[in-house]
Design a protein around this ligand. Sequence first.
Ligand SMILES: *Cc1c(COP(=O)(O)O)cnc(C)c1O
Length: 432
Amino acid sequence: MPLPSERSQALRQRAERLFPGGVNSPVRAFRAVGGDPPFVERAEGAYLWDADGNRYIDYVGSWGPMILGHAFPPAVEAVRQAAQRSASFGASTALEGDLAELVAAAFPSVEKLRFVSSGTEATMSAIRLARAFTSRKYVVKFEGCYHGHADGLLVKAGSGVATFGIPGSAGVPEETALFTLALPFNDAAAVEAAFVSHPDEIACIIVEPVVGNSGCIPPAAGYLEALRALTEKHGALLIFDEVMTGFRVALGGVQEHFGIRPDLTTLGKILGGGLPCGAFGGRAEIMDQLAPLGPVYQAGTLSGNPLAMAAGIATVGYLRDHREVVYPSLEKLSAALVEGVLAEAKKAGVPLTANRVGAMFTWFFTGEPVTDFASAAHSDTKRFAAFHRALLDAGVWLPPSQFEAAFLSTAHSEGDIEHTVRAAQHAFALSR
Ligand SMILES: *Cc1c(COP(=O)(O)O)cnc(C)c1O
């Protein structure tokens, strides 16, 4: 049982005076699951401690970045050393090239790249570039995919937009979203139809190749191949938004896992090892359209920030050097966790569908398969909320929404998995 949450409560009251909803990013509020979010004081390895001294097994991992666990010592040391040399210069450093080489080696489709400070910046810049390169206006995205909060990309978006049931966003002129076509995920025929109804007008398809922002939804067999073939046939670019999946489902992301070569790739999250960092990259002839070489403008005061580069190099460098151990062991532990909870649900007669690709996964409270946003939306979100609350009380920190993926890190142990499966067993028993 958690300790009384007095300090968290005081911090929350202050935050609610200062920040809309008390938070600086909507999904951090526990609106979808009820209850109050504890304030975090520190984290190490697989564990978070809140301001009242309660410990939690963390399956959020800062929404993806902390694949090596919190306060990973080589990353902490690299950031400390970089900070001593000054936090930012606004001029080029060797660190940018060091991280870029790691990225290009892991993602052979990325011949050239540019660093930015968030996933949102990466996707909005990639789309501007795709439109310029193709001289076309339309962008195809998929229902329930989230590509950051740029105006044109919030149409039928996932993550917080889905969690709070917001239809796109207020403040986005209809005209801005006019050139965004939102189609169901895992439906190649819908994409084919869009190319027929908008001949020579579609600049690019942007996709989370394994969806994480409606909860975890893997691509159906042949679906990504179909997107690759259709974009090639119709002269559009294929953008894999691997902000979540890059370095997560494999070192080289979904494109390595499924063997597909997109034209452009966006990265973030793990790339910066928990510091603000993103990147977009791809074929050199496309990337060379960017200023100062080409006519597409894109810039950033803190882009390629030395602290973010240092954390990224330590994180991605470790993943590269230990990939033969890291990814198989993440796969094994994640399978044990996800299957363990699923088995308890079955025993308790709770309808549950588990989706997982490597160390990213979601337990959907529905008995039906979840293959797109519409089927994810069939989940019983009240039941999810009760499950979330019960696990939090048992010291297990899950994403506070049915429509978010959970993550495992290399710091999680078999004991953590066992504790979590037992907590789930108790939660299911309560819910009967
Ligand atoms: C998190 C995420 C983004 C946005 O990245 P931010 O750093 O939050 O701006 C974009 N695309 C995907 C797939 C993401 O998971």
